[in-house]
Design a protein around this ligand. Structure first.
Ligand code: CA
Length: 220
């Protein structure tokens, strides 16, 4: 899950990037509205975490602009402006949810997950794929009812693959979901994670569609 963090306060930015990173999100961090606009245009983000008071382009102006251009990426507004009128204006401008600063990291993570779930049309946090069950909230994976140990990246990769059953994701798409800017990515990082997942789930769990990418079929 790749998230764009738009925040000009270095302390909050650091803390949120680290906190979301520990939860297995790939986080890119920009510190002004103009950079945010350019980053969002790449279209790789599943969610944007947006501060409103920003240099170069105000968060609210940016949000209105995105929606006007038909960009539907979920936006969670996090702002110190706790006046009711600002929150209402944010929601009317196309924000999907908001958080008032200061907020607890746990609440931020919970809201991010809820928003991603809602965006995928799921009310239940658990994802089922045959004998495999994933819970993105607890990071627990069960295979035929037995917990399996997965690293944060293995979990994120598997999550990406089972989210849309039957969908084929290329190595590049998986890298985009797993790694943010400046993350060390070995040239075969995705292959290594796939190899480890096959070892844990069974060799047939993840199919390699030659020249296209990877797909999870129903895990037996
Ligand atoms: Ca700010």
């Amino acid at each position: 899950m790749r998230v764009l963090l738009v925040e000009d306060d270095p302390m909050i930015g650091e803390a949120v990037k680290r906190g979301l990173g520990l939860e297995g999100f790939a986080v890119d961090w920009v510190q002004d509205g103009r950079q945010a606009e350019l980053a969002i245009a790449n279209g790789v983000y599943e969610l944007v975490l947006l501060d409103l008071g920003l240099p170069r382009k105000d968060g609210l102006a940016l949000l209105k602009e995105l929606r006007r251009r038909g960009i539907a990426v979920p936006v969670l507004v996090a702002t110190a402006r706790d006046a009711l009128s600002d929150r209402i204006e944010g929601l009317n401008a196309g924000a999907d949810d908001y958080l008032v600063k200061p907020f607890h990291l746990e609440e931020l993570v919970a809201r991010v997950r809820a928003l991603l779930r809602r965006n995928q049309g799921r009310a239940n946090p658990e994802i089922e794929c045959g004998a495999l069950r994933l819970n993105p909230v607890t990071h627990q994976a069960l295979l035929r009812g037995t917990p399996i140990e997965l690293s944060a990246k293995e979990f994120a990769l598997l999550h990406a693959l089972v989210e849309k059953p039957g969908a084929v994701l290329s190595r590049e798409q998986l890298e985009e979901k797993l790694y943010g800017w400046g993350d060390e990515v070995g040239s075969n990082a995705v292959e290594v994670h796939i190899h480890n997942l096959r070892r844990k789930l069974g060799a047939d769990a993840i199919r390699n569609i030659r020249g296209v990418g990877y797909r999870v079929e129903t895990v037996e």
